[in-house]
Structure formats: structure tokens, C-alpha cells
Write a protein of this length. Structure first.
Length: 276
């Protein structure tokens, strides 16, 4: 095997990383659990100090997750449900999903639709809150006309702009992640985007949730991009239509946390998502 030659610029990078200490896990220091962003239900844990009750995370700050399902499986409606929950929506829609927003921002990027269709999706959150007022913490964008690389740059630009204005980033929706690469089977491009997701969630201490389709005739997410998301994401949500109930079942396929119990949602007569 050829010996790895460390270039001068790499030495400078290593020195910078050593000084920051971000890559070192000091086993003598206490490391806190990632703060929760959205939770659903509780879990009782028996530890060295007795019983402890903690909220079951749907999402935590500093991480990213993704929703996987076939086309036309109400993935965008599910995003609206989680957005409405994070924004403090009416309990009749969100059930026992709890928001831990504080003063953080809700940011929604749509990569597929024009402004008219985007607004129709974004307004669901306003309708779920129920006071007909657009909250200052809710920021919405349509990136349809941008190319895949510019979309990624623009997303980080807007998040940084909010931070520079003194805002804290909270819950970020990217619908959908396949539009940030030239090809979901491009391994290099897919690696770049997934690495970028890990970087921005750490940089802004936010949770990013995104969407990817399933492979046709399979329950696997599409392409190299889907495979990398499975490896790196905090949580993978699967959506599946329940033929007997007509609802959409939400299943925790894998998570780094305690798995949440499966639940289901449907649509109201006014096309708002509602926990069944």
C-alpha cells in the first residue's frame, strides 16, 4: 500500500482540528443527550440511579432524518404534519406529538414545485395553527428554478443569513433531497450532499428532515443517495398506505434513538393532515 503523503495544507487543517478539539471524545467529560426537537410519547428507563422517564424523540437538534416512500404516498402531507407540530399546531391535528421549539425557526425549502403550489403546501401549517396569522418564525422558499448545486448553496446561505440576524435555526424541511444531486446514483455527488447535511446540522444545531422516493418495487430508498442516507441519518421514516383503514402508516424503520411507536395519519375534508 502506498504511504499517505500529508500535504502542507493538510497539515494546517490537522493543526486547526487539533486546536478546536471537535473530533476528540473525552471519556472523562459528561456528554449530554442531543436536545429534542419533536417527541411522541414517553419511555421509562431503568438505570443505575433508578427509573427515569424521558420523551421519545421523533427528531433531535444537531441531526438529520429522512422520509422514504413510493410516489404519491403523502410524503409532503407528512412534512406538513411535522411542520404543524413544530409550529405549535392544534392538538386535534397533531395528537400527542410535542414541539420543543423554544424561539427557533421553522424553515421549509421545496425543490420541485412552483410558487403557487408551494404556497398551497406552506399554508397548511398556518391552517393547522388556526389563527390565520403567518408566524415570524416560519420561512418558506421555492427552489424549483435553481440547479442542483445552487440549491444547496442557497439553502446554507439562507440559514446563515438568519443566524446573522440573531435567529436560531430549529426545524428545516428539504423536499426533496434528490434535487440536490445531478443523479441519485452518482456516488461522489451523493457523498457530498450527505456529508453536507451532517455539517449544516452541526453548524446550525438544527434538525433537517428530507424526502426520498423508494425504488420501484422495493422498500429500499432510491440510488446511492438513499443508501448513504440510511447509513448516516438519525431516523428513517417509512410511509405506507394501509389498505384496510385507508390511512397512511408511519413506521420507524431505523433510528439511533428509542424507536417511536407506529402511528397513522389521514386527511381532513379540507386536505389537512391529521393523526388518526
Amino acid at each position: 500500500m502506498d504511504r499517505l503523503e500529508i500535504q502542507e495544507e493538510d497539515k494546517m487543517l490537522m493543526q486547526y482540528l487539533d486546536e478546536k478539539g471537535d473530533c476528540v471524545v473525552d471519556l472523562t467529560e459528561k456528554v449530554e443527550r442531543p436536545p429534542v426537537c419533536l417527541t411522541k410519547g414517553e419511555k421509562v428507563y431503568k438505570g443505575k440511579n433508578g427509573l427515569t422517564t424521558f420523551d421519545i424523540p421523533l427528531a433531535t437538534y444537531g441531526n438529520f432524518s429522512f422520509v422514504q416512500a413510493p410516489p404519491k404516498s403523502y410524503k409532503t402531507f407528512f412534512m406538513s404534519l411535522l411542520s404543524g407540530a413544530f409550529a405549535g399546531g392544534d392538538g386535534k391535528y397533531i395528537g400527542n406529538i410535542q414541539s420543543h421549539r423554544g424561539n427557533k425557526q421553522l424553515v421549509h425549502f421545496d425543490t420541485e414545485q412552483g410558487k403557487w403550489h408551494c404556497k398551497r403546501v406552506f399554508m397548511r401549517v398556518i391552517d393547522m395553527i388556526g389563527n390565520n396569522r403567518i408566524p415570524e418564525f416560519y420561512h418558506t422558499f421555492s427552489l424549483r428554478e435553481l440547479n442542483y448545486n445552487t440549491r444547496r448553496i442557497y439553502i446554507e446561505h439562507k440559514l446563515q443569513q438568519m443566524v446573522d440576524e440573531g435567529k436560531e435555526i430549529g426545524f428545516v424541511i428539504i423536499d426533496g433531497i434528490a434535487d440536490l444531486v445531478s443523479d441519485v446514483n452518482d456516488l461522489k455527488g451523493s457523498n457530498l450532499v450527505v456529508q453536507w447535511l451532517m455539517e449544516i446540522t452541526t453548524k446550525f444545531n438544527c434538525h433537517v428532515i428530507t424526502i426520498i422516493h423508494s425504488n420501484y418495487g422495493s422498500d429500499k430508498p432510491t440510488g446511492h443517495l438513499g443508501s448513504l442516507l440510511e447509513k448516516k441519518a438519525e431516523t428513517q421514516y417509512n410511509l405506507k398506505r394501509n389498505e384496510s383503514t385507508g390511512c397512511i402508516d408511519v413506521i420507524c424503520r431505523r433510528t439511533r434513538n428509542v424507536p417511536f411507536e407506529p402511528f397513522a395519519f389521514n386527511l381532513t375534508d379540507t386536505n389537512l393532515p391529521i393523526i388518526s
